[in-house]
Design a protein around this ligand. Structure first.
Ligand code: PMP
Length: 506
């Protein structure tokens, strides 16, 4: 639906409320809006695929949006910390994005041009190359792909296979690269034919039980040994693909030193390194591209989501000596989305000129600190982690047996609590806050707010989230357990979700 008028930004203290004024006709309008909203949702569940995802957990019918705020057809407003799964670096309908789109529309430029050159595309490439890590920018080629992130991943895998003449790929546990078959093969959950899976380092659920630098070192050694052991069962691959911060995998930032080790290991063995920056790019993690934290220059970068300024756009950027493709080796009808290129160029420039990556770093650090303090009161917040404005809270069952005793840093990794995470998401929604879930067990509550979020809005997000966690934790602890009379009061000690300061002191 067209956005006919701007939605005023949500006031930080405002809740998700109907916006119409009180009165008989206003009440009538409200009832009408609610039934239109319910009708649309009913028809959606009757007509759309069972593979629907976000729509199942978020029964919202967005009709207007601006910045952090979405307004539903029923008049309710929400603070959107999902941001189109991390796509909206500038939030919804940012003025610079709208202006860039209008300019193209008003100019009479063609909207569909296959892969022909246009002034709009030329400007997009210039702005994109301006932001690339030095070292790649000087020798870069760009391939416009089909419109989604997964298309760019496919293109990247195909490119390194063509360039090396080798079929295999190295990928990591917990990875997510998309839903088409090659991308899916490289993602952590899928059984694979041509992909060898290596351990991605993580502190909270370290596969080696140690976490920290030691855990990352062991993960790197395993990678080396798989590549160098002639009997490892893994042949020299065409490339290694990694996310500098795993997003869908549960918001797990790779340590910078480990990233440098992966660069060294792949460079020493002439294996192209592919950085999947579909979710981490354009300032999200506190650097323009997340590889910049470690100083690693990948051979190939896969970019999508924010580079289209909220419209569909995906590219692979790679070192020119990998450009071995025959003409037409990777084609597709929809590679020339002029509106997306204009919106994307405006977004990239705005993030660069306004140093929004630095802003994401500072605000993200503040949010992490506040959430970690909150976790002291809620043992069900097992781990709080992230980088920049890519933040995750792993919800756990604190009464469950920890997976390992030697976790880093001395934090027991209790079993994941996906039901609790889902309850937190529901309680957030009731309070007018949209959050995402992720992680191996769907037990991680994720925040991906726009980089333009103000301090006041961030405080409002934290308030609603804290309230939602408290409410969900209370409900979770009072839930009936297997073999337990569901009407019985919980035994003493079962309501310790909130370790009050007085109780701690006592
Ligand atoms: N790579 C990463 C790191 C992603 O997070 C995603 C999407 N969440 C993809 C690839 C796939 O992108 P798309 O959904 O646009 O195909």
């Amino acid at each position: 639906m067209a956005v006919t008028e701007p939605v005023p930004e949500e006031t930080p203290s405002g809740c998700a409320t109907a916006t119409s004024p009180v009165g008989a006709s206003a009440a009538g309008r409200q009832t009408g809006a609610r039934s239109a909203h319910e009708g649309i949702l009913r028809r959606q569940s009757a007509r759309e695929s069972a593979a629907r995802t976000y729509a199942r957990a978020l029964p919202i019918v967005p009709v207007r949006a601006r910045g952090l705020t979405i307004e539903g057809a029923d008049g309710r407003r929400y603070l959107d910390c999902l941001s189109g799964a991390g796509t909206l670096a500038l939030g919804h309908n940012h003025p610079v994005v709208l202006e860039a789109i209008r300019k193209v529309l008003d100019s009479g430029a063609p909207l569909h041009v296959l892969d022909l050159a246009t002034p709009v595309k030329d400007a997009f490439i210039t702005e994109l190359f301006r932001t690339l890590p030095p070292g790649l920018a000087e020798h870069a080629r760009v391939q416009f792909c089909g419109p989604a992130g997964t298309d760019a991943v496919e293109a990247a895998l195909k490119l390194v296979r063509a360039a090396t003449g080798r079929p295999g790929v190295l990928a990591f546990t917990g990875a997510y690269h998309g839903m088409t078959s090659g991308s899916l093969e490289a993602s952590g959950g899928a059984p694979d034919v041509r992909v060898a899976r290596l351990p991605y380092p993580q502190d909270y659920r370290c596969p080696f039980g140690v976490g920290g630098e030691r855990g990352a070192e062991l993960a790197a050694r395993w990678t080396e040994s798989v590549l160098d052991d002639p009997k490892s069962g893994v042949r020299r691959p065409a490339g290694m693909i990694l996310e500098p911060v795993q997003g869908e995998g549960g918001v797990i930032p790779a340590p910078d030193a480990w990233m440098r080790r992966m660069r060294q290991i792949t460079a020493d063995r002439s294996i192209p390194l592919i950085a999947d920056e579909v979710q981490t790019g354009v300032g999200r993690t506190g650097a323009f591209w997340a590889v910049e934290h470690s100083g690693v220059i990948p051979d190939v970068m896969v970019l999508s989501k924010a580079i289209g300024g909220s419209l569909t756009l995906a590219v692979v950027v790679y070192r020119d000596d990998l450009d071995v493709w025959e003409p037409g080796a990777h084609a597709g009808t929809f590679r020339g989305n002029q509106l997306a290129m204009a919106a994307g160029a405006a977004t990239l420039a705005h993030v660069r000129e306004n140093r929004l990556a630095e802003r994401a770093a500072a605000l993200g650090a503040h949010l992490l600190e506040r959430l970690r303090r909150l976790a002291e009161d809620f043992p069900c917040m097992g781990d709080v982690r992230g980088r920049g404005l890519m933040i995750g809270i792993e919800m756990v069952d604190p009464e469950g047996e920890p997976a390992t005793e030697t976790c880093f840093p001395a934090r027991a990794a209790h079993p994941a609590a996906p039901e609790l995470a889902a309850a937190v998401r529901r309680e957030c929604l009731r309070r007018g806050l949209i959050v995402e879930l992720g992680g191996r067990h769907a037990g991680v509550v994720r925040l991906l707010p726009p980089l333009t979020i103000t301090d006041e809005q961030a405080a409002a997000v934290l308030d609603r989230l804290a309230d939602a966690i408290e409410s969900a934790a209370r409900g979770h602890e009072n839930r009936p357990r297997d073999g337990e009379d569901k009407w019985r009061k919980p035994p003493p000690g079962r309501n310790r979700h909130r370790r009050g300061r007085a109780e701690q002191a006592g």
